[in-house]
Design a protein around this ligand. Structure first.
Ligand code: GDP
Ligand code: IMO
Ligand code: MG
Length: 437
């Protein structure tokens, strides 16, 4: 059975990294196929915490091949920072990492554009991670100013950087002089030095060379050889560029629909899709969030769940579980089963709420609206459930959970329409409950 995929069903940070790390045990290959260093996946084992942005969460097992596929956008600076920090902590990274020659490269101009462009909307900012993700995908789609990993080894590489730097500098001049002075662009140096970038990227190219190959071909061979491939989604389905809460989304297909396009592996080889959800909801950055609790409840969830961005350290917006949104994401992603994460965070609440439908302009909606304006108007209809007092972080088997926790899990499963297969009650690998029935 070659392919298993792990995707987030909310707005990211559902604890995908933990699930991927656990499943790596039963895999030959682990693949990141979209997004970039906007992702922050946390893996905890043996009391040690690791944060991964570009490197697949399978990297901790040396006999498993980690692959960064063509749909990922790669910032070499972030890549080598991550490799160096993992290596310094004893993680071996050499032949067990492959990087696609088709992946697109992030350059300093993308990070500058990210800062400028998220300020030009004139209304609510997307609140991007400022990692240059959107501008890099923009150049990829419009083609003329894009540079891929494979281009680093071609004779025209330096000339391309020089040429694009000139174009981008002129563009920045235009953008910056049109900006409102009140916008937060302090410290932004929108003037690029081509020579400096060429020098930097020439060094990156040589460091990257041993990892670079045609990963699509490698993965198609792996499928032929019946290897077990694990696909690691980044971000969450509601941040999908086509199916999420546009424009408050990321710039890739972060729902289930992106697995094949990003990796090159045809859909029929992906035999199982695991949808990862938190037992509540969080969101970083702007955009509508119907079940948000901008109050003491939200603060309590944030404190207990340590809900601060893995990449940007921003406080995450917190709220109740939204079954309308998750049901949509689960159907869109063709999800087979659910991994319900951070359930331990909900211990100690008298009552818990699950959103079962929305009221929009006086009408009841049980499906997720396609228009952000409608979602912004949505007033959640909640089902109220009894909470539980007990600390559940040491529970190992489902039967030992408090009955109200079991009821909460059951309702989530019924409302989302998918079986819950895994329950997580702590960050560590060991703090995981499997439901086998
Ligand atoms: P990802 O981006 O989807 O991989 O998720 P993040 O790593 O950004 O955020 C998930 C956070 O929750 C991390 O800090 C994890 O260590 C932590 N975590 C994972 N599972 C659990 C759990 O069951 N309980 C608690 N309390 N924390 C968890
Ligand atoms: P993981 O993989 C949560 C959010 C940003 C912003 C929007 C666009 O850790 O779940 P971008 O920099 O991608 O252009 O920002 O998407 N975002 C994430 N939120 N988890 C992530 O990744 C995210 N990656 C991007 O906060 O709202
Ligand atoms: Mg994260």
């Amino acid at each position: 059975m070659p392919g298993i995929a792990v995707i987030g069903l909310q707005w990211g940070d559902e604890a995908k990294g933990k699930i991927v790390d656990i499943l790596t045990d039963q895999s030959d290959v682990v693949v990141r196929y979209q997004g970039g260093a906007n992702a922050g996946h946390t893996v905890v084992f043996g009391g040690e915490q690791y944060k991964l942005s570009l490197i697949p969460s399978g990297i901790f097992r040396y006999d498993v091949q980690s692959v960064i596929a063509g749909g990922v956008v790669i910032d070499p600076e972030a890549l080598f920072k991550e490799i160096d920090s993992l290596t310094a902590r004893g993680v071996r990274i050499d032949k067990n990492l492959m990087i696609s020659d088709r992946a697109h490269l992030i350059f300093p101009w993308h990070k500058i554009e990210d800062r400028i462009l998220d300020n030009v909307n004139g209304h609510e900012a997307i609140g991007t991670t400022m990692r240059g993700i959107g501008p890099c995908y923009q150049d990829k789609v419009s083609r003329s100013l894009a540079i891929r990993v494979g281009d680093m080894f071609k004779s025209e590489f330096k000339y391309r950087i020089e040429y694009i730097t000139g174009m981008k500098n002129r563009r920045f001049d235009g953008l910056v002089c049109n900006l409102d002075k009140s916008m937060h662009l302090e410290g932004l140096d929108a003037e690029l030095d081509a020579k400096h970038i060429i020098d930097e990227y020439t060094v990156y190219a040589e460091r990257m060379r041993p990892y670079v190959c045609d990963t699509t071909n490698y993965l198609l061979d792996a499928v032929d050889m019946d290897k077990r491939i694990l696909f690691e989604g980044a971000q969450g389905s509601l941040l999908d560029i086509d199916h999420g809460t546009f424009p408050f989304v990321t710039s890739s297909n972060s729902s289930g629909v992106g697995i094949s396009s990003g990796s090159g592996v045809p859909p029929q080889f992906i035999k199982k899709i695991l949808g990862v959800v938190k037992a509540y909801s969080t969101r970083v950055g702007g955009g509508p969030f119907p079940t948000e609790q901008d109050n003491e409840i939200g603060k309590l969830i944030r404190t207990r769940g340590k809900e601060y961005g893995t990449v940007t350290k921003r406080p995450r917006r917190c709220g109740w579980f939204d079954a309308v949104a998750v049901r949509y994401a689960a159907r869109l992603g063709g999800v087979d089963t659910i991994s319900l994460m951070l359930l331990d965070v909900l211990s100690g609440f008298d009552i818990l709420r699950i959103c079962t439908s929305y009221n929009i302009n006086g009408r009841v909606f049980d499906h997720f609206p396609s228009q952000t304006e409608d979602l912004r108007l949505a007033i959640p209809n909640y089902e109220t459930l009894p909470g539980w007092e007990e600390d559940i972080s040491n529970v190992q088997i489902y039967e030992d959970l408090p009955s109200n926790a079991k009821y909460y899990i059951q309702r989530i499963s019924e409302l989302v329409g998918k079986k819950v297969e895994i329950i997580s009650v702590g960050p560590d690998r060991e703090k995981t409950i499997y439901i086998n029935s």
